[in-house]
Write a protein that binds this ligand. Structure first.
Ligand code: ZN
Length: 421
């Protein structure tokens, strides 16, 4: 008879995002008798992972039904995450979010040996997400991403019915970095004084142009006049600046080195093409918040097998989706609550943040119910093994994609290296 307690404790370890090794050590150190890591792995594979997959799929279906009921096309945000440190990432995941509800609609995990190399994981992940939504007959009107070049080319060539737009924060950050570097060059220090307002200008161009690419472009390039204290004669769509009279600033002289260098950044060929596609329908910053949640369920420094990794990103999505639209918390007197922090880079300037009401974990009850159901139906390992033995698409383990030298040779090498005197 398989003990229930083991299963419930193993479930609690995984569902809370804990490291099983540490959790089992913790119990042992405290003198609480516990199962072995091996048993944990069996329970994880046979009951816990299938329960997570089941609950995620069910919640996902509910989201799809909700969207189809409303009968309008969704505006999607998409972003990739490297799931292991360094450039030789083993996994990449791609997530797409409904920008209207900020809920994660789909996540796809790609292992690097499924594609040419890790750079190709991002596009592959996106393709799988779009494929899934297409299969579920979800209409997509817009997709907002960063400016990954393969994604750009793919959307243009293969998904022309979806309006592809770029996340403003990514573009603004890129420009800011270039200006910051530029301001360190000789005779270009003035650019540094303008870097913040130029990158803010990008947000304004996107927000005030209703997706009119040519208008965004004229507004953007007008910054080259503005910094020289010229505020009209910009172009046909945007003839003059909309601001009122301006105080004296550190104007940049047209034709000076600082100006010419700034011009090469502002008129960068790629930037001028891409800036027309700046998003006004929503941004992907909420996806970055989701990626932080993924990190807490699947820390980058810990190694996971494909199935475990996938289960942990589903857990992250269940947690995120339940908690993403929490309202702001209020004091007993009914006042909205804020917290204020003083980040190092802000030089003493405070940053206020809304305090949300406490997180909820209702999805845990659903997961536990699913575990109990699975265990009731498959009350032995062998039954459970037969039940999950359905054909499923799993990438080959990374270690098997390159031929390994015999273990004996590797040990021999190690021994000689330490005994070579
Ligand atoms: Zn101006």
């Amino acid at each position: 008879m398989m003990p229930w307690g083991n299963l419930i404790v193993a479930a609690a370890i995984l569902f809370s995002g804990c490291s099983p090794v540490k959790a089992i050590n913790f119990l042992n150190f405290a003198g609480i008798r516990c199962f072995s890591y091996r048993t944990y792995n069996a329970l994880q594979q046979l009951y816990l992972v299938p329960a997570i997959e089941q609950v995620w799929q069910q919640k996902q279906q509910e989201m799809f039904e909700e969207i189809k009921k409303k009968d309008h096309a969704v505006k999607l945000g998409g972003d990739a995450r490297c799931c292991s440190p360094g450039h030789t990432a083993k996994f990449g995941s791609y997530s797409v979010m409904d920008l209207n509800t900020s809920k994660v609609l789909d996540i796809q995990l790609v292992q690097s040996n499924e594609v040419q190399n890790s750079y190709h994981m991002e596009l592959e992940g996106l393709k799988r997400c779009l494929g899934k939504l297409h299969q579920e007959e979800i209409q997509i009107s817009h997709l907002v991403t960063d400016r990954h070049s393969q994604v750009k080319a793919y959307m243009k060539r293969d998904q022309p019915q979806i309006v592809h737009m770029f996340d403003v924060w990514h573009v603004a950050k890129g420009v800011y970095k270039k200006l910051e570097t530029l301001s360190k060059k000789k005779n270009c220090e003035l650019v540094g004084a303008w870097a913040h307002s130029i990158s803010n200008h990008i947000y304004w161009c996107a927000a005030s142009s209703d997706g009119n690419g040519e208008l965004i472009l004229e507004k953007w390039v007008s910054i080259l006049n503005h910094v020289t204290d010229v505020h009209e004669g910009h172009g046909e769509l945007y003839p003059r600046c909309l601001h009122g009279p301006v105080d004296d600033r550190q104007w940049i002289r047209r034709g000076s080195k600082a100006f010419l260098e700034l011009e090469t950044v502002v008129r960068g060929r790629m930037l001028l093409t891409d800036i027309k596609q700046l998003s006004h329908v929503g941004q992907t910053s909420c996806l970055e918040a989701f990626h932080k949640v993924v990190c807490s369920f699947a820390p980058k420094a810990v190694h996971f097998f494909y199935i475990q990794m996938q289960a942990r990103i589903y857990l992250a999505a269940l947690h995120f989706n339940e908690n993403v639209s929490r309202p702001q918390s209020r004091t007993r007197e009914g006042e909205k609550q804020y917290s204020v922090s003083y980040p190092k880079g802000r030089h003493g300037e405070g940053v206020a943040k809304e305090v949300k009401v406490d997180q909820t974990f209702n999805y845990i009850s659903d997961l536990m119910d699913a575990v109990v159901d699975l265990r009731t139906v498959n009350d032995s390992y062998s039954k459970a093994r037969d039940a999950i033995n359905l054909p499923r698409r799993l990438p080959e383990p990374l270690s098997q994609s390159t031929p390994k030298p015999p273990k004996h040779d590797t040990i021999q090498k190690h021994v000689t290296r330490f005994n070579d005197n």
